[in-house]
Design a binder for this molecule. Structure first.
Ligand SMILES: *Cc1c(COP(=O)(O)O)cnc(C)c1O
Length: 358
């Protein structure tokens, strides 16, 4: 019997979503193409160039260099690799805020660089003073997060970029999740707002493309030279990606989704999901939970362990922050109706926990 994927009607903590119908269709059509071999698979390679140009439009940079990666993890690893390969020091370090995604730990491990994790401000954003204190002459990269995985916070990107430049380090922004909502939210996060070198921005999260479609952008194409290796048996002569054979499905679906949705479709989605997040934050607070105010469409709230497990048992796909709060990511598949039904269950389980002796 063929397997069936689960449906999305109780998925609340995922940063991925159902692909847009046009993205799903394009992914199917391009399943047998490999942008990793562009001279052979010319059509998908041309589409990839268009995707990079469109990602540049989203991220506020004309004519960036870049490619469609397998995801934010690969893009972040590659950004660290660029910085490491260009540096002269033998003991390079990368300075990240504590809110940085765990992919930077993988990057540091694989690439042999020191990861300096800096404490946050009380508002859960990067603390520029702390970042500056952790930087030295061996710092090759400063990372800012635009839309953090746990709380959807946006770091003070222009200030972090100024610190990076003071130390001669590259500046990378991780907008893997936030990249497709931030153009509409009024934050300073993009190449247009600060002197950034590289950015991670994933079509397969808020961009509504099929997995795998991550994005890595660089303002200066020369940065990719630090990644290029010779490719003797391909028709093309060098390759800067981390993976070899890659899915043309991700490229084509990103192209289809962005052609369909940028900018109006994404704006409408952001407005709908921000309204959902604000509504949910109020509803959970009314239900007696301690809510972390949403800045982007992502809500966290403290909840009793037993109540959390009961919600999971009721089928809600929920995860927790490092502080054990529940986390709801208002992705495109999340509807107000789903959230109403979720809040009703939260009220029931917290009332039961209270009655059982809380
Ligand atoms: C999801 C996420 C990543 C990792 O991306 P994958 O596509 O899961 O590899 C990196 N950074 C941030 C901020 C994310 O939200």
């Amino acid at each position: 019997m063929r397997g069936q994927p689960q449906d999305f009607d109780r998925v609340l903590s995922s940063m991925c979503t159902e692909p847009h119908p046009v993205a799903r269709e394009a992914a199917g059509e391009f399943l047998a193409t490999n942008p990793g071999d562009p001279a052979t698979y010319q059509t998908v390679s041309d589409l990839e160039d268009e995707v990079v140009a469109m990602l540049g439009e989203v991220a506020g940079v004309d004519d960036p260099a870049g490619y469609v990666a397998s995801g934010g993890t690969e893009a972040n690893i590659q950004a660290v690799r660029m910085a490491r390969n260009r540096c002269v020091t033998h003991t390079p370090n990368v300075v990240v805020p504590e809110s940085a995604h765990f992919s930077f730990k993988k990057a540091a491990d694989v690439l042999g660089v020191e990861l300096r994790v800096t404490p946050l401000r009380d508002d859960r954003r990067a603390n520029v003073g702390a970042v500056e204190r952790f930087c030295d002459e061996d710092t090759v990269l400063v990372v800012g997060v635009a839309g953090s995985t746990e709380y959807g916070r946006v770091d003070p990107i222009p200030e972090l970029a100024a610190v990076a430049s003071e130390y001669g380090a590259l500046m990378h922004v991780d907008a893997a999740w936030g990249g497709f909502v931030l153009p509409f939210s009024g934050h300073e996060w993009s190449f247009a707002d600060a002197s950034l070198d590289t950015m991670t921005i994933d079509p397969h999260k808020m961009g509504q493309a099929a997995i795998p479609a991550g994005g890595l952008l660089a303002r200066d194409p020369a940065l990719f030279d630090a990644l290029a290796v010779d490719t003797p048996y391909l028709e093309s002569t060098s390759q800067a990606t981390l993976t070899g054979t890659r899915s043309g499905a991700g490229v084509a679906s990103a192209h289809a989704a962005m052609t369909e949705l940028w900018p109006d479709g994404y704006r409408e989605e952001y407005e709908r999901q921000q309204a959902n997040a604000d509504w949910l934050a109020d509803a959970l607070a009314d239900a007696g939970l301690d809510v972390v105010e949403p800045e982007l469409p992502l809500v966290a709230a403290s909840i009793d362990d037993v109540a959390f497990e009961s919600l999971r048992d009721a089928g809600w796909r929920l995860s927790r922050t490092g502080n054990d709060e529940l986390r709801v990511v208002c992705m495109p598949h999340v509807t107000r109706e789903m959230l109403e039904s979720f809040v009703a269950d939260v009220e029931t389980v917290t009332a039961t926990v209270a009655a059982d002796g809380g």
